[in-house]
Design a protein around this ligand. Structure first.
Ligand code: SF4
Length: 291
């Protein structure tokens, strides 16, 4: 397989075949993100991607899924992405799902019919990083989209019949804006109604623009306890009709899995029990390592 490293994928795509349809991220400005800072964004040619799929077929019998990396494959032209989806299904006719990352910035201007066409050709799910529903934080981290943009993009994805998995970044407002982060993120998610809400926790490392803020003292990181309180507030304010809630990322202090609204109280009680015990094993200290 030909990969331009580093390659990232959502934790739940661990068993999927990863094919790089694009390299890097066309936005690449989020100040908390260092995933693609070393790459210059480009879209690979459909022929190259098809060749990778044929290569994968020689060694990979039946992948449960195909994840189309890198950072924002949804930014590809619809007709090219349709060809890639067709090629993935041609090479792996029994594939269960084909998925990719898609930021609101690259979805808000798209027609629902285009997204529906992608769905028709096999795109099952889009992973969208909301990170925060608080406009002040979104501006501070240069996300390139407002809370309203995320709501509009979410409605388009859902109207097209594509599953929507939304990432939230706990701790993104730091100590100063933790409360607003939790409440406004819950309000935005309530309007987005995603199929999945996935929480990760902010980890700043050397090379990330926000790491400089940490060193300068203009950004104060949340502790494990702050994050637990923030997550509790987020859950408390969530009023979605049918979303899975998961903390399935290695960056999280406390793993939480449940279905909303059904398991809301259970998850809040679990956080309360951890907060009451104040057990350092559950609220493990932050560790910052180099890239
Ligand atoms: S968070 Fe997503 S949109 Fe922002 S720079 Fe990183 S990959 Fe790109």
């Amino acid at each position: 397989m030909r990969y331009e490293e580093p390659v990232f994928r959502p934790p739940c795509e661990a068993d999927s075949l990863i094919i790089q349809a694009t390299i890097g991220c066309p936005h690449n400005r989020c100040r908390f993100c260092g995933m693609y800072k070393m790459k210059k964004y480009r879209v690979r040619s459909v022929e190259e991607i098809e060749a990778d799929l044929r290569m994968a077929k020689l060694v990979w019998f039946d992948p449960p899924g195909v994840f189309l990396a890198d950072g924002n494959t949804i930014a590809m032209r619809t007709r090219d992405l349709v060809r890639v989806l067709d090629a993935a299904r041609r090479n792996f006719p029994r594939v269960g799902s084909i998925t990719c990352y898609g930021a609101a910035r690259f979805i808000r201007g798209r027609k629902v019919e285009d997204l529906a066409l992608l769905k028709e050709h096999g795109l099952k799910r889009i992973y969208m990083g909301l990170e925060s529903g608080d406009d002040e934080i979104l501006k501070m981290v240069d996300k390139g989209a407002t809370a309203d943009d995320h709501v509009r993009a979410a409605h388009k994805v859902k109207e097209a019949g594509i599953e929507l998995s939304v990432y939230v970044l706990a701790g993104l407002g730091g100590k100063a804006r933790s409360r607003e982060h939790a409440i406004n993120t819950a309000k935005t998610l309530n309007r987005m109604e995603p199929d999945y809400i996935r929480v990760r926790t902010l980890v700043l490392m050397p090379g990330f623009p926000m790491y400089e803020d940490l060193l300068k003292g203009t950004f104060q990181e949340c502790t494990g306890r702050d994050i637990a309180i923030e997550k509790r507030l987020l859950l408390e304010n969530l009023d979605v009709s049918d979303s899975a809630f998961l903390s399935d990322h290695v960056s999280n202090y406390l793993p939480l899995y449940g279905k909303l609204p059904r398991d809301k109280q259970k998850m809040i009680e679990l956080i309360d029990s951890v907060l009451a015990e104040d057990d350092p094993a559950c609220l493990k200290p932050r560790r910052i390592t180099s890239l």
